[in-house]
Design a protein around this ligand. Structure first.
Ligand code: ADP
Length: 258
């Protein structure tokens, strides 16, 4: 069995404002294996974004630790890539200039990294569009460009915060499957926050359901779907899909009515 890349142990966090204390996370414990796709779902306002910020290292937990165990033996916290709801592409730069932006800021525009960006652009269908402006691309292509900008920095762990929620339903089905297929191909580990239960079941290897605030882990649901084909709707047609969906729906609704 693969070891955990990250192991969250008893993570707690509270916000302190002039109006008092808001306890956001309470004793969160779970592990994430290398190459695994985790979806985190929970009632609105329960602490999901706070948890992602702690995993990203943007805020420090009040209590608890995150243990790191990389299989390649390298030391240090995994390199993080973030994908947000908005693609944050700049229209005054070409697609190519956008995807190299992170490398440019980090002063890592080496020949090797530039070759890698071209490889990604060509492999994921944007090679012919590299001199276009982002506004000339479809919603799906923009998300691909945003992903390539993230992948150019060779992250080991990708964090997705409601990354597809700005897209209309049909585009979202196609783009989320497409983006996750690319991430799987590159062998990265992924943690995504979503309020879309179908998305969680379709895309994740394991769904972690949080309680209402302060969030703790209510239940973890490993997902095993029998896929007939590689289409974006294949997961929804899997015989196990509705059982998983109903189980997670029930767990979440129990939370909301508490
Ligand atoms: P979710 O992502 O599940 O909607 P959040 O992690 O954004 O939840 O927020 C959890 C709780 O912490 C909410 O009650 C929210 O109002 C509060 N909170 C979030 N950010 C801050 C902040 N910067 N200062 C004070 N309270 C905050």
């Amino acid at each position: 069995m693969k070891p955990y890349l990250l192991e969250l142990k008893n993570i707690s966090y509270s916000y302190h404002t002039l109006h008092g204390e808001t306890k956001a996370l309470n004793n969160i414990c779970f592990g994430v294996k290398e190459g695994e796709f985790i979806a985190i779902v929970g009632p609105s306002g329960c602490g999901k974004s706070t948890l992602l910020s702690i995993i990203a290292g943007l805020i420090k937990p009040e209590r608890g630790t995150i243990a790191v165990n990389k299989s390649d033996g390298t030391l240090g916290y995994p390199k993080i890539g973030y994908m947000l709801q908005k693609d944050h592409l700049f229209d005054w730069r070409s697609v190519y200039q956008n995807v190299i932006l992170g490398l440019e800021i980090q002063q890592k525009l080496t020949k090797e990294n530039i070759d890698y960006v071209h490889e990604l652009l060509n492999e994921y269908g944007l090679g012919a569009f590299k001199d276009k402006r982002p506004s000339e691309l479809s919603g799906g292509m923009k998300q691909r460009a945003a992903l390539i900008r993230t992948l150019a920095l060779k992250p080991e762990l990708l964090l997705l915060d409601e990354a597809f929620s700005a897209l209309d339903y049909q585009t979202r089905l196609i783009v989320s499957a497409d983006i996750c297929n690319i991430i799987r191909k590159t062998g990265k580990t992924m943690i995504m926050i979503t309020h879309d239960l179908s998305e969680a079941v379709r895309l994740a290897d394991r769904v972690i359901i949080l309680t209402s605030r302060p969030a703790s882990v209510k239940i973890e649901v490993p997902i095993h779907l029998t896929l007939q084909d590689t289409s974006p709707v294949a997961a929804m047609n899997a015989p196990e899909f509705s059982d998983y969906f109903n189980l997670i729906w029930k767990e979440l609704n129990d939370e909301k009515t508490h």
